[in-house]
Design a protein around this ligand. Structure first.
Ligand code: ATP
Ligand code: MG
Length: 763
């Protein structure tokens, strides 16, 4: 069989040289005898021949010209060409007339030009890679304006077509790809001179299938083989091996002689990488080592194109997850359009993006994993889980990277095609529906298993104990103790959910589903309009405030106790209910009334001194009730209980709190830690008292507001959220809206304080 041909599992063939797949032997033969294959074979032979006759030269004076080098090397024989690095004039590739001349050049122990000692080495042998020619008419080089995007999308026939269009509009053009390829080749060439046998591997969006115009170029410098090379070179018999072909460990300008790669720290090696970039890579500027990143990198900018890039040296896992993302795009053609649409939507809603220096937004990688997880959990699944992929992995693809099992088939033909046939239009709508009601804080999204892992039991596992929990938990598919969304804060997590609910609502409308015949914005276009959703908006369930699972607000001891509790959801729910009673009554001084005789006595744990909800001094407050109200259908389970409060608000305690807080701070005893105290339960209690005092103590005959609030455990099976449904008494208008808006921010914060401060006894 031809060395360029590999057979595919289902009887097909692939020509590695031309990236062409043939269904059977006759069509393979056609291809091999065809023009394209012949032309590439000839080109490859020519390049290889050139390589065999070329040397890499450095060490000459800055400003030395190509003719000067030609003249020097002509003393050994014919010189076919000299290619200088134009930008820096630091190295040159000298192509000699034939191998004989090259051997003469290499045999010379020392080369000197204008008093400078030259380094002369055989050229790095590279695998020949074919770059497909530029497509005709690809006009993607210009950055896309929002107007053009809207125009293009409105012209599509349906939402599916809009989504495919989006990919075409955003993806890298052929010329952008070509530039990236050339840069990678250049880096490989230069770095090989300083770090023999190293490899430069692109990862991230340039190669994972989710590229967009101008995305950064992420590179991994793999020094594993260089380490071995260096170690061998240090052995006495290897050290003085053939001149020219050897490691140059004795030459004074060899970078490798300055450093021992096996013992050097990451920052030391990165400084060295930065030095090579600054001095020896043409066209590169603004080189900077960023040590503070999770994976430290050297940043750079390519002058002509403005392309930004990173080089890291300890990020092999990213190369792996890049290939995994790529495999998913190959496995199902809906993956790319769906991810592009959701990335753009999330960017427009200021939910996701990769801002320099991090921040609380979801990063593109995390958002992409969320989409893949969503596809894994469709019925029937549109993508396999990693556990399933592992089953399909052949011996050659087994891989352990940094201690994590990264085995999955590299060849997509090993995967069974999915039987899921949902359209892109409905998948997008479903994404919003599913995540609009997902318990992000209460579970960990696992692509490994293709399901959301309930928290307490996950936390008791070995990897769970190490994973940094937050309001948004997405487990890396390979590095299982890494939460890729650990940076996301509560506010963004809540906004994400709000936006998903908004998205779901919009997707149910005809404006989403049908092209407008009147030239109005329809389909994706309206989804992409930026806008923070109205926080107080009435959802399908009325006025709803969600209290997420706040495991991390608890002390480590309480956390452990809760995790080990047999029924942690019930324990948590009761604690939240106690907190709500406390906040409404003691902090906000509302009256809470309910059916007589019932009380929230089920609070399962004792509280630490002083924080027990107190009975009200005014005597006008009835204790809030706990009311078990099993649902009408289905088995009665303790998880389905709910608790209701009937409340009355007598004072405008929601207004002017910030000002009052400030005043209290000035008036109060000047404790050094008052700043920190602001917002504590005690301070907030005092703020309410002060507001009441200011308004005048007198209670009117009628309260300002009346409402009921009903607490339930979230809808899903493993849900840990507490859903608070508010029902105002009729005709309270905007006053209640104001109060409700205030509660939306205030209540979850105060609950967090309350649960964090109280002790959790035996459950
Ligand atoms: P873009 O650069 O277009 O925003 P990207 O996927 O390249 O998208 P980067 O932030 O440049 O995103 O990250 C490059 C790669 O590094 C990612 O594709 C992923 O493989 C890996 N990566 C990024 N963030 C994380 C993370 N939080 N955890 C693990 N790997 C990550
Ligand atoms: Mg990137």
């Amino acid at each position: 069989m031809e060395p360029d041909v590999e057979s595919l599992p289902r009887g097909g063939f692939r020509c590695r040289l031309c990236h062409v797949t043939a269904a059977n032997k006759p069509s393979l033969q056609d291809h091999l005898q065809g023009k394209k294959h012949q032309r590439l074979e000839n080109l490859r032979a020519k390049r290889q021949d050139q390589e065999l006759r070329s040397v890499f030269v450095s060490g000459f004076h800055k400003g030395t010209s190509a003719p000067e080098l030609t003249e020097y090397f002509q003393t050994f024989g014919g010189v076919a060409s000299v290619v200088m690095d134009k930008d820096k004039g630091v190295y040159a590739i000298v192509e000699l007339q034939d191998q004989e001349v090259m051997e003469k050049v290499l045999a010379q122990p020392e080369h000197c030009l204008q008093g400078q000692r030259l380094r002369v080495k055989p050229r790095e042998k590279k695998e020949f890679k074919y770059m497909p020619p530029k497509k005709q008419g690809s006009a993607h080089d210009i950055q896309l304006s929002p107007e053009k995007l809207v125009q293009a999308l409105c012209q599509a026939d349906d939402v599916d077509a809009q989504m495919s269009q989006l990919v075409q509009l955003f993806e890298l053009s052929e010329s952008e790809r070509r530039l990236r390829h050339l840069l990678v080749t250049l880096f490989q060439e230069v770095f090989s001179e300083f770090f023999p046998e190293c490899a430069i591997l692109p990862f991230g969006s340039s190669v994972n299938g989710f590229d967009i115009h101008g995305c950064d170029l992420d590179l991994f410098l793999d020094l594993e083989k260089t380490k071995t090379f260096q170690a061998n070179a240090k052995e006495p018999q290897g050290a003085q091996a053939e001149e020219g072909a050897g490691p140059d460990s004795d030459s004074e300008d060899s970078i490798l002689s300055d450093i021992d790669l096996t013992t050097a720290t990451v920052p030391e090696v990165l400084e060295l990488v930065a030095a090579v970039l600054r001095k020896c890579v043409p066209g590169v500027h603004s080189v900077q080592v960023v040590h503070s990143a999770r994976r430290p990198v050297v940043k750079f900018c390519h002058k002509d194109s403005g392309l930004l890039g990173d080089i890291s040296i300890n990020n092999r896992l990213a190369v792996c997850n890049t290939r995994f993302l790529q495999l998913c795009t190959e496995a199902d053609e809906r993956v790319r359009p769906l991810v592009y649409a959701l990335r753009y939507w999330a960017k427009q809603q200021a939910l996701a993006g990769n801002p320099f220096g991090g921040g609380p937004l979801l990063n593109n990688y995390a958002l992409t994993l969320l989409v893949l997880f969503f596809l894994q959990t469709r019925s029937p699944p549109a993508l396999p889980t990693l556990a399933q992929l592992r089953e399909l992995t052949g011996d050659k693809d087994q891989a352990i990277v940094d201690g994590w099992d990264c085995s999955f088939p590299q060849d997509v033909s090993r995967l069974e095609p999915s039987t899921n046939t949902e359209s892109l239009c409905s998948l997008l709508a479903e994404f919003f529906r599913v995540f609009g009601d997902h318990d992000f804080a209460g579970c960990v999204i696992s692509l490994q298993e293709g399901r959301a892992l309930p928290l307490p039991s996950f936390l008791l596992s070995e990897v769970g104990a190490k994973l940094k929990l937050g309001p948004f938990n997405v487990q890396d598919p390979f590095e299982l103790s890494h939460n890729v969304a650990a940076n996301v804060n509560e506010k963004i997590a809540q906004r994400f959910q709000h936006c998903c609910r908004d998205g779901a609502k919009y997707c149910r409308s005809l404006q989403y589903q049908r092209k407008s015949s009147k030239g109005k914005a329809w389909g994706l276009v309206r989804l992409f309009q930026p806008g923070v959703p109205e926080a107080g908006e009435l959802g399908p369930d009325g006025l709803l405030i969600t209290i997420p699972f706040m495991l991390m607000a608890l002390s480590p001891g309480s956390r452990e106790q809760l995790c080990q509790a047999r029924d942690f959801r019930r324990c948590w729910f009761h604690k939240v209910c106690a907190a709500i009673t406390f906040v409404l009554k003691d902090v906000l001084k509302c009256s809470c009334m309910g059916p007589a005789g019932e009380s929230l006595g089920q609070e399962p744990t004792e509280q630490s001194g002083g924080e027990q909800p107190r009975s009200d001094e005014r005597g006008s407050l009835a204790v809030s009730p706990a009311k078990k109200r099993p649902r009408v259908e289905g088995p009665v389970s303790e998880e389905e209980e709910s608790v209701s409060w009937s409340c009355a608000v007598w004072h405008r305690v929601w207004m002017g709190r910030r000002r009052m807080r400030r005043q209290l701070r000035h008036l109060g005893s000047p404790q050094p830690d008052t700043e920190q105290e602001a917002g504590s339960l005690e301070v907030e209690e005092k703020v309410s008292e002060a507001i009441i005092q200011q308004e005048g103590e007198s209670l009117g005959a009628e309260p300002l507001l009346r409402f009921t609030v009903c607490a339930r455990v979230g809808g899903g099976q493993e849900d840990t959220r507490t859903l608070l449904y508010f029902t105002p008494a009729p005709q309270q208008g905007p006053l209640f809206q104001d109060f409700y808006h205030f509660l939306q921010g205030f209540l979850p914060r105060m609950v967090e304080r309350y649960v964090g401060r109280t002790a959790w006894g035996r459950q």
